[in-house]
Design a protein around this ligand. Structure first.
Ligand code: CTP
Ligand code: MG
Length: 196
């Protein structure tokens, strides 16, 4: 596969997860997911930075970007899920070809990427609290790579062909760069107190 095509396809694949991970900064707030509960170590389970509204806004953003991609990319030359099976259609219809790919697959992928990104984000905060890091303190692996790892794990069943080891390594580097850049920008725009 052409390297440029490969890069573009990987960016299209990961885009719903990037939106899922960044929209809570804008739309989050309100009740924390952990209900302010603490663990035996005296620290919060997740902390005030992980809210119910932020979580659902993130998943919804993943679904919305997935749906948008489905409308634009289905049956185009960039149809990244052309070979994947849509839920229901593909799985039930088996080899008949019914439901292979299609816009529904993008919506499902967006949902999986959104859920994965938000689960990884939560897991990251959980680990930071266990390490005694207070809310907002930076942690390279948990802040930048855990949401990616779980998003990719969740979407893997639909994107096996594209998600080679090389692809995952490329996405890790890309995510690191995008995440650092986005946080510096959010800080400059006054959306985040700290540039990480
Ligand atoms: N956010 C939210 N709900 C989520 C995730 C994020 O409301 N499930 C919002 C919070 O306002 C949070 C901001 O997005 O402060 C930035 O998210 P993040 O950097 O992940 O959280 P931190 O505040 O840095 O907290 P932590 O140390 O737990 O990562
Ligand atoms: Mg943070």
């Amino acid at each position: 596969m052409d390297a440029a095509v490969w890069l573009i396809e990987l960016v299209l694949l990961i885009l719903p997860a990037y939106f899922a991970n960044s929209i809570p900064v804008l739309l989050g707030g309100g009740a924390p997911i952990d209900g302010r509960r603490k663990m035996a170590d005296g620290n919060r389970v997740f902390g005030d930075g992980k809210t119910v509204r932020g979580f659902f806004a993130g998943v919804a953003a993943g679904v919305a970007v997935g749906a948008l991609e489905g409308i634009i990319l289905t049956e185009s030359q960039w149809d990244i899920y052309a070979g994947a099976f849509a839920i229901g259609g593909g799985i039930v219809a088996g080899g008949t070809g019914l439901g292979a790919g299609g816009a529904a697959t993008y919506v499902l992928a967006g949902f999986l990427l959104g859920c994965g990104a938000m689960a990884g984000d939560l897991l990251g905060s959980f680990m930071k609290r266990r390490w005694g890091l207070s809310r907002g303190k930076p942690s390279l692996v948990t802040d930048q790579l855990l949401f990616l790892a779980l998003a990719l794990l969740f979407v893997y069943p639909l994107a096996q062909q594209l998600l080679t080891l090389q692809a995952v390594l490329f996405l890790a580097v890309l995510t690191y760069i995008v995440h650092v850049g986005a946080n510096v920008l959010a800080n400059r725009l006054g959306l985040k107190k700290v540039p990480w």
